[in-house]
Design a protein around this ligand. Structure first.
Ligand SMILES: Nc1ncnc2c1ncn2[C@@H]1O[C@H](COP(=O)(O)OP(=O)(O)O)[C@@H](O)[C@H]1O
Ligand SMILES: [Mg+2]
Length: 415
């Protein structure tokens, strides 16, 4: 039951219901929900006297990137075309996504956010994409131990999908959201744009797809591109990565959608997805990778190319160590949470590279014993003993810090 002015309306039996120019969104978790919202919004706007849509979110539902990034994209598109969209939201989790006015990844916004996950980001140029993805990968490396190749594969896929919006969609902005599912050890992200869509992108090219699904299938093939400057590897490469990793991907564009789940072996096609605007039906791509399954990119790309890990390369010193300046990398050296972040970061570095890691304590005057335990104590316990000597070094430890760390390691080892 929801009060609108003096009246009460009950729409709880429907996922999304329309009453006049009001839409009651009770659940927004599936692709069908996106289509329903688009259809009901079009209904409202069919009336030439109406230029006004009111969205109510009266009850709790689960918030995922694959629906919330498209929601942000849709709302912004409506506003850009002169529609007044008013939002009444009672779902705190949805509020946290900032879908109603997604931030740009400016240095201030990126540093002010407590975490970059679970938020819709709007991006408008390549330098924003670079800053955003840098923050995302640095964040993930501190929050989840990923098997070899997973972080780099994820970064590669995100970069390709975000960049496709500039290359092919013929719009000024894309919308991006990612999420980390700790228990299931899954990483998911979604990119949405309100551009021309995959089918229209083939207009004037040598390919003649006959439907939206046909166009998406074509775009997924290796070497198929509509832009002379591109190579046609993005969507193909992402699908190869997903195959190796047992992940999943959905591409929805221009009324058609393809859903690919390697874990269950399912491939489903849909050809009647409702779109808000036929001229600019847009594209939504969502990807899920499994952190616990290693990905060898050279194998994924059939031995033809092996992307360089620039993030890891930039940490290398002249002696071949990967240097981690703790003063800069760690958010303080006092809490268990900060210690855990650094332990996961080191574990991910060791997974990502064969090179030894040097943890540089320069400028760190003091660490708490809980930080030392959570970071170094547990790291020593979790790493294979042969890796410790070979792969891990410490530098610039003050006598006090050295003592605290030695104690933490001894305690964990039960001495
Ligand atoms: N966001 C998008 N909007 C419209 N068309 C797209 C989008 N992303 C991909 N495409 C279409 O799919 C084709 C293949 O994309 P991709 O595999 O990334 O290769 P490339 O970007 O090198 O062309 C593109 O050439 C374009 O025609
Ligand atoms: Mg591409």
């Amino acid at each position: 039951m929801y009060q609108v002015g003096k009246n009460f309306v009950n729409t709880a039996d429907q996922r999304i219901a329309r009453k006049g120019k009001r839409l009651f969104v009770n659940a927004f978790e599936t692709h069908e929900d996106i289509g329903t919202l688009a259809k009901l919004t079009s209904w409202i706007l069919h009336n030439p006297q109406t230029n006004n849509v009111v969205l109510y979110f009266p009850q709790h539902f689960r918030v995922f990137p694959n629906t919330i990034a498209p929601l942000a994209c849709m709302v912004d598109h409506l506003r850009n075309t002169g529609v007044k969209v008013t939002v009444h939201n009672e779902v705190p989790e949805l509020n946290e996504t900032c879908f109603d006015s997604p931030p740009l990844p400016s240095p201030e916004n990126l540093s002010e956010m407590v975490r970059p996950s679970g938020i819709v980001w709007k991006y408008t140029n390549s330098s924003e994409v670079a800053a955003l993805l840098d923050t995302v990968v640095e964040y993930l490396a501190r929050k989840l131990v990923c098997e070899q190749g997973v972080l780099l594969a994820l970064e590669w896929c995100m970069n390709e999908m975000l960049d496709n919006v500039f290359q092919h969609a013929n719009v000024k902005a894309g919308y991006f959201m990612f999420q980390l599912q700790q228990e299931r050890r899954r990483l998911s992200f979604c990119v949405a744009d309100q551009g021309i869509g995959v089918l229209h992108s083939f207009a004037g090219s040598r390919y003649k797809p006959s439907s939206a699904v046909d166009a998406i299938t074509l775009a997924l093939q290796r070497g198929v591109t509509t832009n002379d400057e591109c190579q046609g590897n993005g969507l193909w490469g992402a699908s190869e990565i997903i195959t190796l990793n047992h992940g999943q991907m959905t591409i929805s564009s221009g009324g058609g959608a393809i859903f690919y789940n390697r874990q269950t072996g399912q491939i489903k096609n849909f050809d009647t997805v409702y779109v808000l605007d036929r001229d600019t039906p847009g594209t939504i791509i969502d990807v899920q990778l499994v952190a616990s399954r290693p990905i060898d990119l050279l194998t994924a790309f059939h031995g033809d190319f092996d992307p360089v890990n620039l993030r890891i390369e930039s940490m290398e010193d002249t002696q071949g160590f990967l240097v981690l300046p703790l003063k800069k990398a760690s958010v303080g050296t006092g809490t268990r949470a900060a210690g855990r972040d650094m332990r996961l970061y080191i574990q991910n570095l060791i997974q990502s590279s064969e090179q030894p890691v040097l943890i540089d304590f320069a400028g760190v005057g003091m660490v708490s014993s809980s930080y030392a335990d959570e970071f170094v104590g547990k790291l020593y316990k979790e790493l294979a003993p042969e890796l410790i000597g070979e792969r891990l070094r410490f530098a610039n430890l003050s006598p006090t810090v050295k003592l605290i760390i030695t104690n933490a390691v001894a305690m964990r080892r039960g001495h």
